[in-house]
Design a protein around this ligand. Structure first.
Ligand SMILES: Cc1cc2nc3c(=O)[nH]c(=O)nc-3n(C[C@H](O)[C@H](O)[C@H](O)COP(=O)(O)OP(=O)(O)OC[C@H]3O[C@@H](n4cnc5c(N)ncnc54)[C@H](O)[C@@H]3O)c2cc1C
Length: 411
């Protein structure tokens, strides 16, 4: 039985099946084999809060096995050696991964290259030198990257970044600070956004460029790891650039037009997070439907209490709506339409629906819902954070309102 009338094209059906097989063979198998390491935060992280070398090795193994199987770089442009698959495939892949892995089999979250961590459309503008020197190891999953846009003074208003790339002969000198940069403690490369023309940047008419910077460049400092909610370790860090020399070939895309790359990335992030929210919520809700049929209170299964089932029914309705919105906006984007309003609506609605669904699943489990072994609180924390990353819920409402007021009122 299917709840969705729209049928994916055959290649996406095959992609989803392939992902499911990969998760069983490569992801779940590793979690079972290394359970003591992967399920225990005290063993997963070093005292400083970084993943231990053993954990990093397992993440890399997943990336490399997936690259070999042809999944990892599926959304990178074909002319850099990727699969060239569009938004619909990207959505389907992430929804499948989060539906099958949930928060429990988290190694699976590295199976497809996240747009900011590895091969993705963001790399389209690589120079021949970057393609020769940097791309091969990103494509095989041996190396990874991070996406350094946000700064202490520029989050939602990302165009206000202050990191500066000043002309130095034929290249540049990079100086400034970045914050909240996911995967930066582990990545070998960073996609860094910097002001190259302050006048244009002040007028919001360009003036920001994108550079590919190796982490081992002189003056590139990972200043500190940021411990985030609920974890003794982290994916995020603060970065500092102290007069880092940038060669001409490190420019990604066009000079002064880097903000377009940032927005391309954020758009992909909105699809990724929508797939993540729908998939994760389905994973959680399915656990609740099983649990309420066996748990008894006052002589009855709790499934018989509407106080338990109605919140789940409401969340299932919202997740279904989010799924349909997601399928719609991915197709609009694949048709080449901007779909600005629809993408903002979809990400905002999906992450709120997903977060609320997981919250209700926790409630339906009683105390059991808070145990680490259920991974529900982990799922809740991850979706709660996504209500801020890649466009906060408020900024997304602002985008929708702006579009509506400008005459884009089709609903
Ligand atoms: C888990 C996580 C991972 C991240 N990873 C990365 C990364 O890899 N790379 C990267 O560059 N950045 C990353 N970020 C940063 C993220 O992009 C910013 O957190 C986000 O853009 C919001 O910026 P801010 O945190 O500075 O909040 P602010 O912009 O300071 O906003 C604070 C509050 O004010 C509200 N607000 C702001 N402006 C308006 C407005 N006009 N109307 C209404 N409300 C408004 C916001 O919605 C928010 O509630 C990450 C963030 C998180 C949480």
């Amino acid at each position: 039985m299917t709840a969705i009338a729209y049928a994916y094209p055959d290649e996406i059906v095959a992609l989803k099946e392939g992902i499911a097989n990969f998760i069983r063979a490569e992801v779940i198998a590793r979690h079972e084999k290394h359970h003591d390491l992967l399920a225990d935060q005290r063993r997963k992280y070093t005292a400083e809060g970084a993943y231990t070398p053993e954990v990093l090795q397992l993440i890399k193994e997943i990336r490399m096995a997936s690259a070999k199987a042809g999944y990892y770089a599926m959304s990178a442009p074909q002319d850099i050696g990727g699969g060239g698959l569009g938004y619909l495939a990207y959505l389907a892949a992430w929804e499948q991964i989060f539906h099958l892995c949930g928060a429990q089999y988290w190694l699976g979250h590295s199976m497809i290259s996240h747009w900011a961590k590895g091969p993705s459309p963001v790399l389209k503008g690589m120079t021949p030198e970057l393609r020769a020197e940097v791309l091969p190891k990103l494509m095989t999953g041996e190396h990874s990257m991070c996406f350094a846009l946000s700064e202490p003074g520029a989050g939602s208003d990302a165009a206000m970044i202050k990191t500066r790339a000043e002309r130095d002969g034929d290249g540049w000198r990079l100086s400034g600070n970045k914050i909240w940069i996911t995967n930066s403690p582990y990545a070998e490369q960073a996609v860094v956004f910097a002001v190259t023309d302050p006048e244009l940047a002040a007028k919001r008419k360009g003036g920001i460029s994108t550079f590919m910077v190796p982490k081992n460049a002189k003056g590139f400092v990972v200043e500190s790891l940021i411990n985030m909610w609920g974890h003794v370790g982290t994916d995020e860090a603060i970065l500092r650039f102290d007069d880092v020399r940038i060669e001409p070939h490190q420019l990604l895309g066009e000079l002064n037009r880097g903000f377009k790359i940032a927005m391309l990335g954020v758009g992909l992030g909105r699809i990724y997070n929508t797939g993540r929210a729908v998939g994760m919520a389905r994973w959680a809700l399915e656990q609740a439907f099983d649990y309420v049929k066996v748990r008894e209170t006052f002589g009855k299964k709790i499934a018989e209490y509407q106080g338990v089932t109605f919140p789940l029914a409401e969340s299932a309705t919202q997740v279904h709506a989010a799924h349909l919105m997601a399928l719609n906006v991915a197709q609009l984007l694949d048709q080449g339409q901007p779909a600005t309003k629809e993408l903002a609506m979809t990400k905002m609605y999906a992450v709120e629906a997903g977060k609320n669904a997981v919250d209700r699943v926790i409630q339906a489990h009683g105390a059991m819902g808070f145990t680490n072994e259920m991974y529900l609180t982990e799922a809740y924390m991850s979706l709660r954070k996504v209500n801020v990353a890649d466009g906060t819920n408020e900024i997304l409402r602002h985008v929708v309102a702006k579009q509506l007021l400008s005459g884009d009122t089709d609903l």
